[in-house]
Design a protein around this ligand. Sequence first.
Ligand SMILES: Nc1ncnc2c1ncn2[C@@H]1O[C@H](COP(=O)(O)OP(=O)(O)OP(=O)(O)O)[C@@H](O)[C@H]1O
Ligand SMILES: [Mg+2]
Length: 361
Amino acid sequence: MATVSFREVSKSYGDVPVIESLNLAIEDQEFMVLVGPSGCGKSTALRMIAGLEDVSSGEIAIGDRVVNEVPPKDRDIAMVFQNYALYPHMTIRENLEFGLRMRRTPRDDRDRLVSEASEMLGLAEVLERRPAQLSGGQRQRVALGRAIVRKPAVFLFDEPLSNLDAKLRGQMRSEIKKLQDRLKTTTVYVTHDQVEAMTMGSRIAVMKDGRIQQVGEPLEIYDRPRNLFVAGFIGTPPMNFLPATVAGDGAFLEGNSFRLPLARTVSGIAAGRRMIVGIRPEGLRRRAATDPAGAPSLPLTAEVVEPLGDEVIVHARIGESMVICKLGPRDSPRMGDSFDAVIDLDRLHLFDAATSERIAS
Ligand SMILES: Nc1ncnc2c1ncn2[C@@H]1O[C@H](COP(=O)(O)OP(=O)(O)OP(=O)(O)O)[C@@H](O)[C@H]1O
Ligand SMILES: [Mg+2]
């Protein structure tokens, strides 16, 4: 059991900065997800915890111990990678106990740990097979098993599910989550997949260009993204962004003369201020007969309609802008239809157009 702390950690390759002033305190037993687009420095951050990369400046601590100078094998961590890195010529049992043998764990303990882990992961039946005789999901479970038998203080995962097909990925996602819940081992999990981040993390750190943009619980980040990047990265389909200029108790959308009535949402924001109005696809619904006449709405024209069964994704036009709505299957317009979409003002997100930061609301 351990905490993991980054304190003002920076990392450069030559003079190219990759991580800049990273501060992050991961709590004991926490499941922390580092999420961000390709190249933002997630793997580098993880590899620095593991000791596979040096830190250029700052400190990394596992528990109370600063580990900058501690070799990987003495850090009490176990890492699981995207490519399972199993030994092809060894049986599953031998793969699972390899790390334990290296550590000279006595035979009885080895047997017990391997049988515990293989029970937990549903591998008991395949212990005498070789990796080539397993499915992708089973191989990934062996990789997990190898981490579990070590009983490390910290699990480090680097996109462990990327090689699996969508269905298996969903299944392994919940298996890893359950496993962590049971073992309570502090976990740092790297992914570029925001769905994995939302569903698995007890907290999420959203990264961009080597910097943390926001740290918080999944719903906190979803409901109050701190800036445009986080708002656009978390959520599918992504949040709609409409550039607008504040005017009285509303805002004119750029590119057309539509005035969005925003009432109290913009009270206190100076007229003329340019901002980006953020509306999640599910923050729009088709106007119903029961809606009051004054309910704020967007006049839209449906251009593409994608029925998904339980919901319909509608790509609609307002002037020069496109807006994505997530509607109920019974509210769906047909392609080419004009319709009014009512805006849920309580779930509107406003960002400053110049700084991209959330405007307090
Ligand atoms: N050994 C290296 N030498 C020079 N640059 C590197 C090295 N390793 C990584 N980088 C650079 O550091 C940046 C961050 O890389 P990193 O692998 O941490 O990104 P990532 O967020 O894990 O991306 P991905 O989602 O694609 O795995 C990238 O711009 C990458 O090109
Ligand atoms: Mg990576």
